[in-house]
Write a protein that binds this ligand. Structure first.
Ligand code: NAG
Ligand code: NAG
Ligand code: NAG
Ligand code: NAG
Ligand code: NAG
Ligand code: NAG
Ligand code: NAG
Ligand code: NAG
Ligand code: NAG
Length: 745
C-alpha cells in the first residue's frame, strides 16, 4: 500500500502548523496558546489599534495592552472575553489605570503550545499553558524596574456600536501570606447579551515581589491602594507587583467555579516545578495524538501539509470542554460551552468533529442535552455559560440528528435528546426583547414558532422570516430522523410533513435572470409579498433574509432536493440555477448559507464534475497564511470546509449521505474509532490540473453513484480508490443521492 512511507509513531505534525493562519483579513482566528483541543485557557495578547475590533484579542499591528487567559476564536459579532489579564511594565507604575500599552518590537512568534511577543519596552513575553492554567514568562531588559499590573477590569472592547460590547461590573482581589493572589472578575453583555458572569483566578510568581499592592478606582487614577485586599462595586480593580529580578515567571489558574478551584487547577496543572518547555512539549504531544495524527497524507509538499494541519488546528479551538467547571448546576454529565455558533458549524464542522474526535463529540452531544435539562433549551450559540444568540433555526436539532443517524450512542440519553429537540419544535421561547429583533427571542429556541405552528410558514410579523422558515424546515427534518429511529411513528410523520414547509414560501412566479420560483415573504392571508430574488434588503437581524439572498436560501432545503429540482423546472434548469450563483456573483465562500450549494450538481446524473470544478475554485481561496481564510473562521467552520475539499467528500448534515468530490492527495488515511481507517487514494491525476473523476471503487467495488453513506465508509472503515484525469468523464450514472423529504412528489 502506498502508505508504507509514513513514520507514524514519532511523527511531529506540529511542524506543519501555522498558528497565524486566518488571523487577518477578517479570519479573526486566535493565534495564542491552546494547550489541548477544547482547552478552557486560550492565552494570548490583547491588542488595540484605533477602533478596530480585535475579536480574538490579536491584531498583527497596534499596541498590546495585556496578555489574557480567555478568548474565543474566529468569531464575528463582537469580541468576547480577553479576561484575566496582566501587563509587564518597565519602570515604576505611577498609575495602573493609565494606558500601559506597548507596540511590539518585532512580529509575534507562535507554534503549537508556545507564543512570544517582544514589546518595544524591551520586555519579552513567552506564553505556555494547560487546560485551566497559563504560564507567562517575562524577560525584562537589565537595569529596568520590573513591574507587572494585573487588571481585573480588562476586557476586549467593541467599537461597532451595536450594543454588543462587554462590560466589567466588579470583582475581588486579595493577597495571601504564602505569596499567591486570588480573586474574581464579573462581566456582562457581549454578542450574546449575557447577564453577569464570574471568572475566578489564582496567581503565583517565581519570586517574592518587593512591592505588592491592590488598587481600586473609577479612573483616570486609582482612588485608593491597599496591601491586602479589595472588593469592588463597579470600580476598576487590580494589583501592582514590583520585582527585583529581570526574569519573572507568572503562573495563573482560572475557574468558573471558585478561587479555591482556580488555585487547585493551578497546583494540579502548573506546579512550580513545571517549566515552559515541558508545557510546550505536552501541548504538541496532545495535539499530535488527539487531532493531527488522525489524518495522514502522502504529500511531501509543505504548502499543502501546512494548509491541512493548520486547518485542523483551527477546527478544534472551540467549543471549550468545561466539564468540572460548570457554575450553573452540578451534574455528572460533561459540559461544553463556547459554541459560536451552530448556525455556522452545523453545515460541515460538526460532522468532521465527530469523525476526528469521536470521544469528545459524544461528550459534546451529552453536554447539549444537559444544557437543555438545566437551562430549558439547547443553545444555538453559547458563551460565558449563557445561551445566545439565534440567527436562524434551532440548529442543535440538525447536529443531534446527524449524530443519531450516524450511530452515536455511548452514554447519550436519546430519549432526553429527542425531548430537547421537541422543546425546540414546540415551545415558544420567552422573548428576550432584543433591540435588534424585538419580535421574538434571539436567545434560544425558535422565536417565530407561533407562525410556524399556526400557518406552516412565517409571516413578516417576524424578522428573518424567510431564512428562519428554511432553517426550521431542516430542524424539523432533524426531528423526523430521530423520531423515526426511536420508533415514534406518528411524530416522525408529523415532522417529515413539517420539514416540507419551506415550500410554503416558494413563489413560482417570482422571477430572476431566467429563473422562476424563489422563497419569498408570505403574508398571513397566504399571499406572497413582492420580492427581488437578488436582494435581501439589509440582510441582517431585522430583515426577511439573514446574511444571504433569496437565490441562496431557495437552494437550501437540502433534505428535499428532488422537490427543489422539480420546482426549478427540471435537471438542466437546476444545473443552470446553481451556475447562476457564480455568474451573478452571488456565491460567497466565506459565508455559511451557501456552503453546500456548489455540490448540488451531484443530484443530476453526469454532472458531478461541475461540483469538482467548484470544489477546486473554493480550494484556491484558502492558504495557510494569516489571510488564508475566505471569511471569519467562524469557530472552525471555514477550516472544516477546506478539509472536506481535501478529503473529497461533502457531508449532508442530518443524513448519512456524503457527496463525492475529488480528493487532493495520492493517499489519505483517516483514523476512525476502534483502530478502523478510511483510506482514500487517487491515481492518474493531480490536485491542480487533472482532478476530474474518471472512475471510482468503494471498498473494492466499482462505484457509479455520486455519493456514499456513513455505513459505506465510516461505520466500519473503508476504502475509496479514485482514478482522476484531465477532462470530465460521465462516471456518475448510478442512483442519485437521497432526497428523503421528497417522497410525496
Ligand atoms: C521605583 O520605586 C522604588 C520603590 O518605591 C524606588 O526605590 C525607586 O527609586 C523608584 N524608581 C524610579 C525610577 O522612580
Ligand atoms: C473577597 O475575597 C476575600 C478574601 O478571599 C473574601 O474574604 C471575601 O469574602 C471575598 N468577597 C467576595 C464578595 O467574594
Ligand atoms: C533570563 O532569561 C533569559 C532568556 O530566557 C536567559 O537567557 C537568562 O539566562 C535568564 N537569566 C536569569 C538570571 O535567569
Ligand atoms: C505545493 O503545493 C502548492 C499548493 O497546492 C503548489 O502551488 C505548489 O506548486 C506545490 N509545490 C510543489 C513543489 O509541488
Ligand atoms: C473534558 O474534560 C474533562 C474534565 O477535565 C475530562 O475528564 C475529559 O476527558 C475531557 N474530554 C476530552 C474529550 O478530553
Ligand atoms: C401536513 O401539514 C399540513 C400543514 O402544513 C397539514 O395541513 C396536513 O394535515 C399535514 N399532514 C399530515 C399527514 O400530517
Ligand atoms: C402565478 O401566475 C399565474 C399567471 O399569472 C397565476 O395564474 C397564478 O395564480 C400565480 N401563482 C401564484 C402563486 O401567485
Ligand atoms: C393579504 O395581506 C396583505 C398584508 O396584510 C395585504 O397587503 C394584501 O392585500 C392581502 N391580500 C389579500 C388577497 O387579501
Ligand atoms: C492511526 O492509524 C495508524 C494506522 O492504523 C496507526 O498506526 C496510528 O497509530 C493511528 N493513530 C491514532 C492516533 O490512532
Amino acid at each position: 500500500m502506498a502508505l508504507g512511507g509514513f513514520a507514524r509513531a514519532a511523527m511531529d505534525y506540529t511542524q506543519h502548523v501555522n498558528v497565524f493562519q486566518g488571523t487577518t483579513n477578517g479570519g479573526n482566528r486566535f493565534p495564542g496558546v491552546i494547550a489541548a483541543p477544547f482547552a478552557m485557557v486560550k492565552l494570548g495578547p490583547d491588542v488595540q489599534k484605533g477602533n478596530t475590533d480585535a475579536y480574538s484579542g490579536y491584531l498583527p499591528e497596534g499596541n498590546v495592552n495585556g496578555f489574557s487567559l480567555m478568548h474565543e476564536s474566529g468569531t464575528g459579532g463582537a469580541p468576547k472575553y480577553g479576561v484575566v489579564s496582566q501587563m509587564p511594565v518597565t519602570g515604576n507604575v505611577t498609575n495602573p489605570l493609565s494606558d500601559l500599552s506597548q507596540p511590539r518590537a518585532s512580529a509575534d512568534q507562535g507554534s503549537i503550545g508556545y507564543y512570544k511577543s517582544s514589546l518595544a519596552s524591551g520586555v519579552a513575553v513567552e506564553l505556555a499553558a494547560t487546560e485551566h492554567a497559563g504560564l507567562l514568562q517575562y524577560t525584562f531588559p537589565s537595569g529596568s524596574t520590573q513591574s507587572i499590573v494585573v487588571d481585573v477590569s480588562h476586557v476586549l472592547p467593541s467599537f461597532r456600536g451595536l450594543g454588543w460590547e462587554q462590560h466589567y461590573s466588579g470583582g475581588n482581589f486579595s493577597f495571601f501570606s504564602d505569596g499567591h493572589y486570588e480573586g474574581f472578575g464579573t462581566y456582562n453583555n457581549g454578542w450574546n447579551l449575557s447577564p453577569d458572569w464570574n471568572v475566578y483566578f489564582c496567581g503565583r510568581f517565581n519570586q517574592k515581589p518587593t512591592v505588592s499592592k491592590t488598587f481600586l478606582g473609577t479612573g483616570p487614577t486609582p482612588a485608593s491602594y491597599d496591601t491586602t485586599s479589595f472588593v469592588s462595586g463597579t470600580q476598576r480593580l487590580g494589583g501592582v507587583f514590583v520585582f527585583s529580578e529581570s526574569n519573572i515567571t507568572s503562573r495563573v489558574g482560572i475557574s468558573y467555579v471558585s478561587t479555591t478551584k482556580a488555585c487547585q487547577n493551578l497546583g494540579d496543572e502548573i506546579p512550580e516545578s513545571r517549566n515552559l518547555q515541558e508545557l510546550v512539549e505536552n501541548a504538541k504531544s496532545k495535539w499530535n495524538s488527539d487531532v493531527f495524527s488522525k489524518i495522514q497524507v502522502s504529500s511531501t509538499n509543505d504548502t499543502e501539509l501546512q494548509l491541512l494541519y493548520s486547518s485542523l488546528l483551527g477546527m478544534f479551538m472551540i467549543p471549550s470542554n468545561l466539564s468540572g467547571e460548570n457554575p450553573g448546576w452540578s451534574s455528572s454529565e460533561p459540559y461544553y460551552s463556547d459554541i459560536f455558533t451552530f448556525w455556522d458549524t452545523h453545515r460541515c464542522h460538526t460532522s468532521l468533529f465527530h469523525i476526528v474526535e469521536p470521544v469528545a463529540y459524544e461528550e459534546f452531544i451529552r453536554a447539549l442535552i444537559d444544557i437543555w435539562r438545566h437551562d430549558g433549551f439547547m443553545p444555538d450559540a453559547r458563551s460565558s455559560n449563557f445561551n445566545g444568540r439565534v440567527q436562524g433555526g434551532s440548529n442543535a436539532d440538525n447536529v443531534l440528528a446527524d449524530a443519531y443517524v450516524k450511530g452515536v450512542r455511548g452514554a447519550i440519553n436519546w430519549e432526553d435528546g429527542y425531548s430537547a429537540m421537541l422543546t425546540d419544535a414546540e415551545k415558544v421561547p420567552p422573548n428576550n426583547n432584543d433591540p435588534k429583533a424585538p419580535d421574538s427571542s434571539t436567545k434560544e429556541g425558535r422565536g417565530a414558532l407561533p407562525d410556524w405552528l399556526k400557518y406552516g410558514w412565517i409571516t413578516p410579523k417576524f424578522t428573518r422570516a424567510v431564512s428562519r422558515a428554511v432553517e426550521y424546515s431542516t430542524n424539523d427534518f432533524g426531528l423526523y430522523q430521530v423520531a423515526k429511529g426511536l420508533g415514534k411513528k406518528a411524530d416522525a410523520e408529523k415532522y417529515l410533513n413539517r420539514s416540507r414547509n419551506w415550500r410554503h414560501h416558494w413563489n413560482p412566479n417570482a422571477t430572476s435572470n431566467g429563473h422562476s420560483g424563489f422563497v419569498v415573504p408570505r403574508q398571513a392571508n397566504g399571499s406572497f409579498a413582492p420580492q427581488d430574488p437578488l436582494s435581501c434588503g439589509g440582510c441582517y437581524w431585522g430583515d426577511a433574509y439573514y446574511e444571504d439572498n433569496p437565490w441562496v436560501y431557495s437552494l437550501n432545503a437540502l433534505h428535499d432536493i428532488a422537490t427543489l429540482k422539480k420546482y426549478s423546472s427540471g435537471d438542466s434548469k437546476f444545473v443552470d440555477r446553481v451556475d447562476k450563483l457564480w455568474d451573478l456573483k452571488i456565491f460567497n465562500a466565506g459565508n455559511e448559507p451557501s456552503f453546500t450549494s456548489p455540490y448540488l450538481y451531484n443530484f443530476v446524473k453526469g454532472e458531478q464534475y461541475r461540483s469538482v470544478e467548484r470544489s477546486r475554485q473554493i480550494g484556491r481561496l484558502y492558504n495557510s497564511g494569516p489571510g488564508g481564510l475566505p471569511g471569519n473562521s467562524d469557530a472552525g467552520a471555514m477550516e472544516s470546509n477546506i478539509l472536506w475539499q481535501m478529503i473529497g467528500l461533502w457531508p449532508m448534515t442530518g443524513q448519512t449521505t456524503f457527496l463525492i468530490l475529488s480528493p487532493w492527495f495520492p493517499s489519505m488515511t483517516i483514523n476512525l474509532s476502534n483502530g478502523k481507517t478510511l483510506e482514500i487514494t487517487t491515481k492518474g491525476g493531480n490536485k491542480d490540473t487533472a482532478f476530474y473523476v474518471q472512475s471510482l471503487k468503494v471498498n473494492g467495488e466499482p462505484w457509479t453513484k455520486s455519493w456514499v453513506t456513513w455505513e459505506d465508509i465510516f461505520a466500519n472503515g473503508g476504502t475509496m480508490d479514485f482514478v482522476l484525469g484531465e477532462s470530465a468523464a460521465e462516471w456518475n450514472t448510478g442512483e442519485l443521492p437521497p432526497s428523503p423529504a421528497s417522497g410525496d412528489q
